[in-house]
Design a binder for this molecule. Structure first.
Ligand SMILES: C[S@@+](CC[C@H](N)C(=O)[O-])C[C@H]1O[C@@H](n2cnc3c(N)ncnc32)[C@H](O)[C@@H]1O
Ligand code: SF4
Length: 388
């Protein structure tokens, strides 16, 4: 591990995130740590990626063995980038390395993200047979001009097919990601995308407000005035529409941007993040958190591969969270959950509660503080008041 990094023992539920930093095209809005074939440069290849990541899995298990024991893995999440840019056999090999080093809980949730145009019936069957239980498709929109502004490459007609293949392969949970607020997207366009998503009969939907990330092609186009910035009022209307439409279809919100058919369909891996539990992040730029210590790997796949090939840790840096930072983070994450924020963690921030309640933004339910629907629209401002 990097100089000075002492990993505490894992004491509660434990998950593993596996980052796969490859995409066929970079979407103009995306600032994830991902590379197209042209951007990757020398020193890292898609072909060698699984072996490099497995070397980190083995290093992680050795590190945890020295700090109190190797925990069984309850949730695994392959994210990206686009994990399904790699052959399914490579994803399965990485998953099996987790099984043989850490051990997977028999009820483990194992998710992969996927672009609809990066899967086939055979690739999905291989993932399911290899132990994946959940798949999250990046659908984003069903409207061609919105998909074009987002630089999405898939044909919307392909999405129902990909979802059907996933069901036929036996995936227990199918989720879809949507984005709202794309410049030029009307409320009717958004209604059409929600309708399209529900037609897929998903177990779970994530609907994200488009963020114009600094440094992206989208941000440059907005700065040049080529396209308008997302409109906050329209985004609020779109959020409320999503909540109405998804709720009427039997998908209940359980986190600000996430709706699930029932409790079993909630993403257990993301819940683990939102409850500040422990996870190890495998891959370039991946972040990890165990017992109040957080660390992150070198960002570029070539630098990551070089470290592991030399038998060295890929950790770039770390921080030890002090108690006030931990509280602020807990407030930020847990306030967004339907079950709410335990009032006990609020300390000084309790002073803000009466005025937030008077403004209709929060409700006290037992010993938890819960955002109202109005409060969900202003969650960032509520959190600011609670942590001021
Ligand atoms: C790593 S991507 C998902 C996997 C896959 N590469 C894809 O795009 O379909 C995770 C999700 O983050 C969301 N996302 C990425 N950048 C975003 C942004 N700037 N604003 C809002 N949502 C974003 C998208 O919904 C995307 O599906
Ligand atoms: S949104 Fe997904 S497909 Fe697009 S660049 Fe980001 S990670 Fe790749």
């Amino acid at each position: 591990m990097s100089e000075g990094l002492n990993v505490p023992p894992v004491e509660g539920p434990f998950g593993v995130y596996v980052h796969v930093p490859f995409c066929s095209v970079r979407c103009g809005y995306c600032d994830f740590n991902t590379y197209t074939a042209d951007e990757l440069g020398e020193g890292a290849t898609r072909e060698s990626y699984a072996d490099t990541a497995i070397a980190e899995v083995e290093l992680a298990a050795r590190t945890l063995a020295l700090s109190g024991g190797v925990p069984a893995v309850e949730t695994v999440f392959f994210g990206g980038g686009t994990p399904t840019q790699l052959p399914s056999a490579d994803l399965v090999r990485m998953l099996h390395s987790l099984h043989s080093t850490f051990g997977l809980d028999p009820e483990a949730e194992v998710t992969t993200e996927a672009n609809p145009d990066s899967v086939t019936p055979a690739s999905l069957a291989e993932l399911r047979d290899g132990g994946f239980t959940r798949i999250s498709f990046g659908v984003q929109s069903a409207v061609p001009h919105v998909l074009a502004t987002l630089d999405r490459t898939h044909d919307p007609a392909r999405v129902p097919e990909a979802v059907r293949w996933a069901r036929e392969a036996g995936f227990e949970q199918v989720s879809v990601d949507l984005i709202y607020g794309t410049p030029g997207e009307s409320i009717d366009d958004w209604a059409a995308s929600l309708d399209h998503a529900l037609g897929l009969e998903p177990d779970h939907v994530s609907a994200y407000a488009l963020i114009v990330e600094p440094g992206t092609a989208l941000a440059r186009r907005v700065t040049r005035g080529e396209i308008a910035a997302p409109d906050d009022d329209l985004m609020a209307d779109m959020y409320l529409m999503a909540d109405d439409v998804l709720t009427s279809a039997g998908l209940g919100w359980y986190e600000l941007s996430n709706w699930a058919r029932d409790e079993a369909a909630r993403c257990r891996h993301n819940l683990l993040y939102w409850h500040s539990a422990d996870w190890w992040g495998i891959g370039p730029g991946a972040h990890s958190h165990i017992g109040g210590v957080r660390w992150w790997n070198v960002k570029h796949p070539a630098a990551y591969a070089k470290r592991l090939t030399a038998g060295e840790s890929p950790v770039h840096d770390h921080e030890v969270l002090d108690s006030s930072t931990s509280v602020v983070e807990r407030v930020m994450l847990e306030a967004r959950l339907r079950e709410g924020l335990p009032l006990g963690i609020l300390e000084g921030g309790r002073g803000a509660v009466p005025s937030l309640a008077e403004r209709g933004l929060v409700e006290v339910a037992g010993d938890h503080l819960v955002l109202t629907r109005e409060g969900r629209l202003l969650a960032d401002a509520v959190v600011r008041d609670l942590t001021a």
